[in-house]
Design a protein around this ligand. Structure first.
Ligand SMILES: Nc1ncnc2c1ncn2[C@@H]1O[C@H](COP(=O)(O)OP(=O)(O)OP(=O)(O)O)[C@@H](O)[C@H]1O
Length: 402
């Protein structure tokens, strides 16, 4: 091959602005669709910050991909800009509590992200006590800011309420004198509040908003507003409506819709057709499902996966004989689980432990559990049902168990 021959493609044939479809991308206002009301309510709750007063603490609920994080970040960044116009020093910190689930990790992340001056206060990644992180955080807040918003995404993943207690009481307890703190908690679990300590609950849940799922039209609009991620003429007409319809069927998740669109583009890239077809959308949906599920079970132990595999085998076998989704009893799952352990050359856990593992899967919304009363002869029992497509679960488990 001579040097003038092109070994590489110099121009992406499909995407022209792919960042628009990255999940971390924060779209501008004109690309945020159908959330005017939620944005207005949230803005109203934190509005006092503009006058240097305490913003209300807010809890946002809603299923995944309903725009909670997006609206929280958008309103916070607008607040910071508007406050600045009014001569108020404001900032916001974003914590992904799934990643920073301990008190120390979350306080470190907050302190680090507000420590923009980096003059005399040093926030190391680790190596100092939780109490020292707090002390430095309070000092940064009082030295540099009038008001700070703290977004705690997936707040239900925090190991305990300790940081919530600290943040909600910092002013009263005299830890900070000048700076006001507002907390925006975000959760997918509507029951999260029930688990909260009473004192934390009363101060953190001053306002609560529920984000409803998107319908197919809204998903269509959300994706259309980003179709300039693609080169002109690359998207077949039916692609966005098809992706919207698929995502709407599964609880109106905008994240999934955007993932499907991006993957469909990537599939087109790899096939050299130069065009994104509806067929690619269908393949992309399978890939999006598989990826999401792989992430969901990535931290699970081998036995937790064996238990899930047992339920998957039962679901797949049952699917051959009936179209109805049926549940399976714990003892039934346990029998199959024992067989899997034998094949894997592993000891079995007790029935009670397996029951706990099933409960954990239910907590992650991988399965659904229902209690039944079998009448006087049988007593009551629990049935378990896969919420994910069994074929997807099987595919992922094959990859991870192997
Ligand atoms: N109304 C909208 N307009 C434009 N894009 C949106 C909208 N809602 C969500 N998105 C996009 O969908 C993706 C997921 O949204 P977001 O992270 O805000 O959802 P979430 O409700 O916080 O979900 P999770 O609980 O899983 O974090 C993001 O890429 C976001 O940009």
């Amino acid at each position: 091959m001579s040097e003038s021959d092109d070994l590489f493609i110099r121009e992406d044939p499909i995407f022209i602005n792919k960042e628009l479809l990255e999940i971390s991308h924060l779209p501008e206002e004109d690309r945020i669709v159908g959330r005017d009301e939620e944005i207005g309510q949230l803005a109203n709750a934190v509005n006092p910050a503009i006058f240097g007063q305490s913003p209300s603490n807010v809890l946002l609920y809603g299923k995944t991909g309903t725009g909670k994080s997006l609206c929280a970040k958008y309103v916070s960044s607008r607040l910071v800009d508007t406050a600045e116009d009014e001569g108020i020093n404001a900032a916001f910190a974003y914590v992904d509590c799934a990643q920073d689930s301990t008190e120390t990790q979350s306080v470190q992340t907050i302190a680090d992200s507000v420590n923009t001056a980096k003059d005399d206060i040093y926030i190391p990644d680790k190596g100092i006590s939780t109490a020292t992180y707090y002390k430095r955080l309070w000092r940064i807040l009082d030295t540099h800011y009038d008001v700070v918003l703290i977004i705690l995404d997936e707040i239900d993943k925090l190991e305990d309420d300790a940081i919530l207690m600290q943040l909600s009481r910092a002013g009263e307890a005299g830890k900070i004198e000048q700076c006001k703190i507002g907390v925006i908690g975000i959760s997918n679990k509507i029951k999260y509040k029930d688990r909260m300590d009473e004192r934390v609950k009363s101060s953190l849940c001053e306002r609560e908003f529920v984000f409803p799922p998107y319908d197919a039209n809204q998903l269509n609009e959300i994706m259309s507003a980003r179709s300039d991620a693609f080169r002109d003429g690359v998207l077949e007409d039916g692609v966005i409506p098809r992706a919207a319809a698929l995502a709407a069927r599964e609880h109106g998740d905008a994240r999934k819709a955007i993932d499907i669109l991006r993957y469909a583009g990537e599939i087109a890239q790899s096939t050299d057709t130069g065009i994104v077809t509806e067929q690619f959308v269908i393949q992309a949906r399978e890939r999006a499902e598989t990826d999401r599920f792989r992430e969901l079970i990535s931290g699970s132990t081998p036995h937790s996966r064996y238990v899930l595999q047992a339920l998957t085998i039962l679901s797949l076998n049952e699917g051959e004989t009936t179209d109805e989704e049926v549940g399976f009893r714990t003892t039934h799952i346990y029998d199959v689980y024992e067989e899997i352990c034998r094949q894997e050359g592993s000891d079995t856990l007790s029935l009670r432990r397996v029951r706990d593992l099933l409960k954990e899967h239910a907590f992650l919304d991988i399965i659904e559990q229902a209690r039944h009363s079998g009448g006087s002869a049988e007593g009551s029992y629990t049935e378990h049902k896969l919420l994910e497509d069994p074929a997807v679960v099987q595919q992922v488990l094959e990859d991870t168990i192997a």
